[in-house]
Write a protein that binds this ligand. Structure first.
Ligand code: NFS
Ligand code: SF4
Length: 642
């Protein structure tokens, strides 16, 4: 039986608010949670864990049992099967991010062409920048014309049939040339996903290296394509985030207010939902129903989107979606797409919470569906807010659990704004960041991102890894559920640098007033990290390619296919990337060796797997030190940890 990591760590969560709710509901036999469903699932199938089962054709399902069945009915080996399974995860992850990106472009089109649209272009500067990058003609100089041209170009990237994805040109020249030489430059976004599915159909691509190379190209079409378009067009529509303060954790739910939660990923509806909740008529309606206010809070990446742009409180990350409902304090949870547990439809039956699905792509059996469309966004949002208010009177105050915990965080950093801080007022420059790395005040930087997973103590890996890194003068940038974990642990308060950061990082945080862990947004905002890395190279003094930078990436509690795609586009961009648990390919030694060794010769980045966050931090720090040495930089100025 596979070892149960959660029992090993002794705790389900590192977050006291989550533990409090789990404890409060523990005697309710009708309720289950991801944690106990995970327990019920033990032992998990070892063929699945090792990635050596295949059911892509009807001669199967096949599984590799060394010495008995060394290949599938068709002759596919463990290498082929493991590689195929893995790149299909990449294709699904890239599809999720990119379909999100495509929808954002449709929202931009609605903003320009819609009759009485609920959207507008909020960041004209970003629009112009995007137009330049797409080589778009400024048209007649009118904002709408420019936006139309940018929308057309962006949309064309998804179905692109000739050439390569435009935004790959944002990468350093050396990186671009390497991709070109190795045949890794992504062509159309959809094309790479389709080709990955084709090549992994029964009886097509058999060479595991060749399959994995397609996985890299497909992931690049996500990171430098669909995801990057999603972030940039969201900034155009909703504004590029700027630093702001907000609160995070289940304690943001309010006793006397109508608590409405938005959960999922796409900000198109949640943006107008926030607007709807501020509508004076609806607030009055809430007051009439005995509520002091309407309190909107977020879960998962939708939370990060509206946190970054409006300072809307975050109720929690992935593993807290059920817990939020279990507090008994939530009147309504509105969901769209991705990372929404099917279990929610059962969980809400035990509480007064209304669950509402909104995406034409995602319905849940027995759950009310109020379909969202760009044309009637505000109206739909107001209807949903109203429904939540009407449910306020049904809250059972005797039965609710009110966790007190909430932390303050400073979020809203972007590849533009972070270094406005460091660079002074005249222009955004990465000079001070690069100089801090060169002179050794900063050892380097790390992006810690990704999900939660009940296979390990919730939040523990994220927060311990971040703490260990900042202690060693590694600046941490974070997104997704990892960022929420760090926020809850208080790591996104500037003053935390004085207690927890190494001397060099502390000096920088003190001088500029930033926290040692920077919140860069949602998972699609991982593209901000790619931009940031490219900007660091462009600024000069740290080599000519991303793979030369003293940086690393990590997803220490990963679970989703999107996380697989993200990991691959980081590695394909030249970044050393650390995961807690290996991909499900351990049944193929060749694939494992490729991912942790040979791949580095190909793209300059590679994967490492380490479950203990302290040891993981050690690996990252060692890697950063090697990169510093290769660049001829002296080791850290303060070097108190060796
Ligand atoms: Ni990213 Fe966001 Fe969280 Fe993981 Fe899911 S919410 S897109 S996939 S679980 S970080
Ligand atoms: Fe089995 Fe091959 Fe079919 Fe996969 S493709 S199920 S390994 S016969």
């Amino acid at each position: 039986m596979p070892e149960n990591k959660k029992e090993k760590s002794g705790k389900k969560s590192a977050d006291p608010a989550s533990l409090e709710v789990l404890d409060a509901v523990k005697d309710n036999e009708d309720l289950d949670s991801a944690w106990n469903r995970y327990d019920d699932m033990q032992p998990q199938c070892e063929f699945g864990q090792d990635g050596i089962c295949c059911r892509i054709c009807n001669m199967g399902p096949c599984r590799i049992i060394p010495g008995k069945s060394n290949s599938g009915v068709c002759g596919a080996t463990a290498d082929t099967i493991a590689a195929r399974n893995l790149v299909r995860m990449i294709a699904a992850g890239a599809a999720a991010h990119s379909d999100h990106g495509r929808d954002v472009v449709h929202t931009l089109i609605e903003a320009i062409e819609g009759e009485d649209p609920d959207y507008e272009v909020k960041d004209y500067k970003k629009l112009k920048k995007l137009a330049r990058d797409f080589g778009v003609d400024e048209g007649n100089g009118k904002k709408d014309q420019l936006a139309t041209n940018v929308a057309d170009k962006s949309l064309a990237e998804f179905g692109r049939q000739k050439g390569v994805l435009t935004l790959t040109e944002r990468a350093p020249d050396e990186r671009y040339e390497l991709w070109e030489e190795e045949g890794l430059l992504p062509r159309g976004v959809d094309r790479e996903i389709v080709e990955t599915m084709h090549r992994t159909h029964m009886g097509v691509d058999t060479d595991y290296r060749h399959i994995l190379k397609q996985g890299l190209r497909c992931a690049l079409s996500d990171g430098w394509g669909g995801t990057m378009i999603a972030t940039d067009v969201q900034d155009v529509l909703f504004g590029t985030p700027e630093p702001l303060q907000a609160r995070v954790n289940l304690g943001v739910l309010e006793e006397d207010s109508v608590n409405l939660i938005v959960h999922g990923h796409e900000p198109a509806l949640s943006e107008v939902f926030v607007e709807a909740a501020r509508d004076p008529d609806l607030i009055e309606f809430a007051n009439d129903r005995g509520a002091e206010n309407i309190n909107v809070a977020g879960i998962c990446c939708t939370a990060n989107e509206i946190l970054m742009r409006h300072g809307i409180p975050v109720a929690g990350n992935f593993l807290q979606q059920e817990l939020a409902i279990m507090t008994g304090m939530v009147e309504l949870m509105m969901v769209d797409v991705q990372c929404i547990m099917p279990a929610l439809s059962k969980t809400v039956k035990n509480f007064h919470t209304d669950l509402v699905t909104t995406s034409p792509k995602a319905k849940f059996p027995g759950v009310e569906h109020k379909e969202f469309s760009e044309e009637s966004a505000l109206k739909t949002a107001k209807d949903i807010v109203k429904k939540g208010i009407e449910n306020f009177e049904n809250r059972d105050r005797e039965e609710q659990t009110r966790p007190e915990q909430k932390e303050v965080l400073v979020g809203g950093f972007s590849s533009e704004s972070v270094f406005d801080f460091l660079g002074g007022t005249y222009r955004s420059t990465y000079r001070p960041l690069n100089d801090a790395i060169i002179d050794g005040r900063l050892l380097g930087a790390a992006g810690v991102v990704g999900c939660n997973n009940p296979d390990t103590c919730h939040d523990y890996n994220h927060t311990e890894l971040a703490k260990e890194l900042i202690k060693n003068d590694v600046l941490v940038v974070s997104t997704g559920c990892s960022a929420i974990a760090d926020g809850k642990a208080g790591l996104m308060k500037p003053e935390v640098a004085f207690e927890m950061a190494g001397e060099g990082l502390e000096e920088i945080c003190r001088a500029v007033g930033i926290p040692p862990v920077l919140h860069l947004g949602s998972c699609v905002d991982n593209s901000r990290i790619l931009t940031l890395l490219s900007n660091m190279v462009a600024e000069g003094g740290l080599g000519n390619d991303i793979s030369e930078l003293p940086v690393a990436g990590a997803a220490p509690e990963w679970m989703s296919e999107k996380a697989v795609s993200i990991g691959f586009y980081f590695v394909a961009s030249g970044v050393y990337t650390l995961l807690n648990k290996p991909f499900p390919v351990t049944g193929s030694e060749n694939v494992m060796d490729f991912l942790t060794e040979d791949i580095e010769d190909l793209v300059g980045g590679k994967f490492a797997f380490e479950e203990d966050p302290k040891k993981a931090a050690g690996l990252i720090i060692d890697h950063i030190k090697v990169k510093r040495e290769e660049l001829g930089l002296k080791q850290a100025m303060y070097a108190k940890n060796g």
